[in-house]
Design a protein around this ligand. Structure first.
Ligand code: ADP
Length: 165
């Protein structure tokens, strides 16, 4: 039987409860989900790709049918092909996300007309969570325990202790 595989690419700097919720939603549609940590050249990353992969692996360790990979430096649509993924998975929090995401999806469609993007709308309690806001709050000692997996919270504490020391 052919597997229905979805590919969830993102910066995940760091992985949040919003991302985790999107993975769980995707698993209701896909048999297998690949989370691919991609390098977003427009964003200054706090965590290295290897750190992100390790953090996500721990965060999803109790969930079946999810794999985490460091995306090789190639077009996301080509990675999707290589993994035999039927579609890309992305999350939508608000209208800004929609504008941004629609552009990416259309560009991907031009690169490879076979690759569709499926969007999962964030639950209301997660719509305000962004990796950048998490970093901003954690940097100055704010409480992010309800917003990220416990191991990510720990990693943020360690990172910012080092940065602020
Ligand atoms: P990128 O740099 O590729 O946008 P992100 O890690 O910021 O990577 O986000 C990956 C995907 O997850 C994007 O589609 C983004 O809209 C979505 N996302 C981010 N935060 C949330 C959230 N709180 N709830 C649902 N989806 C989210």
């Amino acid at each position: 039987m052919t597997q229905n595989i979805g590919l969830f690419p993102g910066s995940f700097d760091p992985f949040t409860n919003g991302h985790l919720a999107t993975v769980k939603k995707a698993l209701t549609i896909f048999d297998e989900v690949y989370i691919a940590v991609v390098t977003n050249t427009g964003k200054n990353a706090l965590f290295t790709t290897d750190e992100k992969v390790a953090l996500i692996q721990t965060a999803i360790q109790d969930i079946d049918h999810v794999k985490v990979i460091a995306a090789p430096k190639m077009l996301t649509v080509n990675l999707a092909k290589q993994l035999h993924a039927k579609a890309l998975i992305r999350g939508l929090r608000n209208a800004n996300d929609f504008e941004y995401e629609a552009g990416i999806a259309q560009m991907n469609k031009v690169q490879d007309s076979d690759v569709e993007t499926i969007f999962f709308v964030a639950d209301q309690k997660y719509t305000f969570i962004s990796s950048s806001m998490i970093k901003e709050v954690a940097k100055f000692g704010g409480d992010v325990s309800a917003l990220v997996p416990a191991n990510v919270e720990q990693a943020l504490l360690v990172k910012y202790q080092k940065v602020l020391d």
